[in-house]
Design a protein around this ligand. Structure first.
Ligand SMILES: [Zn+2]
Length: 199
């Protein structure tokens, strides 16, 4: 089960390595799924291909008609979602839904935290590349960023974690102090903060 090189390339370019269903940036962790399975006569064509992250891919494949749970993705739905997504990317009109209001409120301080997190100069409206700090002590991060409150750091780290950009093991110590580490999971983080309105 594999698409020819040209189809892969075309699909990866069309989605910019973002999952078509949850829309997150996947980097290496992207897979090309046959909308109509090969066993059912599906072809290795661009039209029958949909790029998905690991999680969405397993959801699409997992559905068991013998024991229905949840709502199955139909082939028609996958095709329409994909075409819509490709179109949004081509038109540069993706909905900027990635940043919560809560995070946006900390907009001014985000670059400072990110710089500490990723160990690199960061333009918060843009893409992070080439970070070199894979493991950061959460306690250190929380206490040592000037001009940022610990709550501000918490909010951003929580958001980065929810988006799958970082992996955290933050916990409360026996004496009530917050400890743990933050591991950067993937290259390339897109921020769309400029479009988020604040109240
Ligand atoms: Zn996904």
């Amino acid at each position: 089960m594999s698409f020819p090189k040209e189809v892969k390339l075309q699909a990866l370019i069309a989605c910019r390595r973002n999952c078509v269903l949850c829309e997150k940036f996947c980097g290496l962790k992207i897979e090309l799924h046959h909308i109509k399975q090969r066993a059912h006569g599906g072809k290795d064509t661009f039209e029958n291909c949909i790029p998905l992250c690991f999680d969405c891919h397993s959801e699409v494949r997992m559905y068991n008609p013998e024991h229905p749970k949840g709502t199955k993705y139909s082939e028609e739905e996958l095709i329409q979602r994909r075409d819509l997504f490709y179109q949004q990317i081509a038109n540069n009109s993706r909905s900027h839904k990635y940043v919560s209001k809560e995070v946006a409120e900390y907009f001014e301080t985000i670059p400072i935290i990110l710089k500490r997190l990723f160990g690199t100069e960061v333009d918060a409206i843009g893409t992070i590349k080439g970070y070199n700090a894979p493991l950061v002590s959460y306690e250190y991060l929380r206490k040592n960023i000037q001009n940022c409150t610990p709550q501000c750091v918490d909010t951003l780290v929580k958001w980065l974690s929810e988006q799958g950009y970082v992996q955290t093991d933050i916990r409360l110590d026996f004496d009530g102090t917050i400890c743990g580490t933050i591991r950067i999971r993937q290259e390339g983080i897109n921020f769309y903060l400029e479009s988020v309105g604040r109240e």
